[in-house]
Design a protein around this ligand. Structure first.
Ligand code: HEC
Length: 155
């Protein structure tokens, strides 16, 4: 009985490691990384559209806004690991990621960090209950996405 429980705890601990992504070997490479980041960006695009549509309602649902803002924040946090060397335009898979990401990684990382900060502020603005603050911060968040796209995305 005790042994069985121990096994369960070990399994739970291992599952947790997987969930929080502390195992660096699990980061995908090449084509898998491209597919994973594109899926993440699509998810963020949908969440941003949902926020925009909700903000056009009066009153918007704070729950819907917050759930979608959390999707944006959580997804952005994963994206940095999905641009390994070798997953650029020469990877043999269609990608809009420009080669500049790998020659000017510091700028790319800084733009990603900016976007994460704006998305966190969006969550805070929504949580505050102020629709006008949420609208203003939604705009700022969108601008942080566009700033990276202008420099590092093909279209
Ligand atoms: C630090 C740079 C960076 C930031 C910040 C960023 N993106 Fe992107 N985004 C990219 C790159 C690079 C691609 C192209 C990825 C590829 O094709 O491999 C992309 C692609 C996309 C796509 C197209 C996905 C597809 O394949 O259909 C969408 C939608 C998108 N981003 C939305 C967003 C949104 C919304 C935000 C902000 C919340 C955001 N992005 C922030 C760099 C960024």
């Amino acid at each position: 009985m005790i042994a069985f429980r121990t096994i369960k705890y070990i399994a739970a601990a291992l599952a947790l490691v997987g969930v929080v992504g502390t195992a660096p070997a699990a980061a995908p490479t090449g084509k898998a990384a491209i597919a994973a980041r594109q899926a993440g960006f699509k998810k963020m695009g949908e969440a941003v559209k949902a926020i925009k549509a909700e903000l056009a309602k009066s009153p918007p649902s704070q729950r819907v806004l917050l759930d979608n803002a959390k999707v944006v924040s959580a997804t952005l946090r994963m994206q940095g690991d999905l641009f390994p060397a070798g997953s650029g335009p020469s990877a043999g898979t269609p990608t809009d990621a420009l080669a500049g990401i790998w020659s000017d990684r510091a700028t790319f990382d800084a733009l990603l960090a900016d976007s994460k900060a704006e998305a966190a502020k969006l969550e805070a603005a929504i949580a505050s209950g102020s629709v006008s603050a949420s609208q203003a911060q939604f705009k700022a968040t969108g601008q942080s996405c566009a700033a990276c796209h202008r420099k590092f995305r093909a279209d």
